[in-house]
Design a protein around this ligand. Structure first.
Ligand code: NDP
Length: 280
């Protein structure tokens, strides 16, 4: 079977170009958008993400206000910065790069962000709004996957959608968004009894396990659409996903590669949320 490779790089570029257009229109009407980007410490992976997010802001025409603060920052100091950003009318969105150092409680920090500036969509109010279908910020990775499917003309309605992984940032919100698109949704996790039996039912399989090349062809129904959220770096510094691409791809009708699949969509959707934040 000829499998379609879902090009996340191309689709994310389309979205960024649409947003760039929108931002320039907003500027003509006198509206500027600013995103506060807060990084605590110097974790190298976080630094790469933060750099890419700032670069995307620059491309789209969003001003990024950078807070690079030391590893030793106390929770109170971080909360004070968030409070300043919450109260600053010139800041539209607030992004705190995770993970945070161990002495800082992530949940407390996430809850401190004003929901109308919560461009990551992690605040309980954003999660609640998504759950009951009210307007609010959607978490970027699952929202990006919905865009990948829609812009690749893959129908979700009535399809068997299986998600492997139930994290708060990927698996759970993914289930809600696929449900909203009228998919029939099943969530699997580490206690699922016969994982293969479930994944083999999937017309659309989303994999967010965090284990390199875990899913091989034996988990796939012939002709399924496979979305690979995982990101891992092997010893040769090459990226791979949670799906064993070489083994799985020939059995799919469409599949996302790693890199160049889901990854670029996350930043595109963050930018989308920043543009939406201008109206709030
Ligand atoms: P988590 O580690 O938070 O969650 C992993 C989930 O997989 C858990 O729900 C766990 O189940 C489940 N799981 C683990 N082992 C198995 C197994 N053997 N069988 C079935 N289920 C299993 O990961 P995240 O959701 O945060 O991330 C997943 C992957 O996606 C990572 O590789 C991460 O780097 C990547 N990622 C990529 C992003 C992108 O932009 N492309 C964004 C976010 C993440 P249980 O709950 O029972 O423990």
């Amino acid at each position: 079977m000829m499998s379609q490779i879902i090009d996340g790089k191309k689709i994310s570029q389309e979205i960024k170009d649409e947003l760039r257009e929108k931002v320039s229109e907003l500027k003509e009407q006198g509206t500027e958008i600013a995103l506060a980007v807060i990084q605590v410490g110097e974790d190298p992976a976080s630094s790469v993400y933060v750099r890419n997010k700032k670069r995307a802001c620059e491309y789209i025409g969003i001003r990024s206000v950078s807070y690079e603060i030391p590893e030793t920052t106390t929770q109170e100091e971080l909360l004070a910065i968030i409070d300043d950003c919450n109260n600053d009318p010139e800041i539209n969105g607030i992004l705190v790069q995770l993970p945070l150092p161990e002495h800082i409680d992530e949940d407390t920090v996430i809850k401190a962000i004003a929901p109308e500036k919560d461009v990551d969509g992690f605040h309980p109010q954003s999660v609640g709004a998504m759950t009951i279908g009210e307007p609010g910020f959607l978490p970027c990775t699952p929202a990006g996957i919905i865009q990948l499917l829609k812009r690749s003309d893959i129908d979700i309605e009535g399809k068997e959608c299986v998600i492997v992984g139930r994290s708060n940032i990927v698996g759970k919100p993914m289930a809600l968004l696929l449900l909203r698109e009228n998919g029939t949704v099943t969530i699997c996790h580490s206690r699922t009894k016969d994982l293969r039996e479930v994944t083999k039912r999937a017309d659309i399989l989303v994999v967010a396990i965090g284990k390199p090349k875990f899913i091989d062809a034996s988990y796939i129904k012939e002709g399924a659409v496979v979305i690979d959220v995982g990101i891992h770096r092997n010893q040769e510094n090459k990226l791979c996903g949670d799906v064993d691409y070489e083994s799985v791809a020939p059995h799919t009708s469409a599949i996302t590669p790693v890199p160049g699949g889901v990854g670029p969509m996350t930043i595109a959707m963050l930018m989308n949320n920043c543009v939406e934040s201008a109206g709030k």
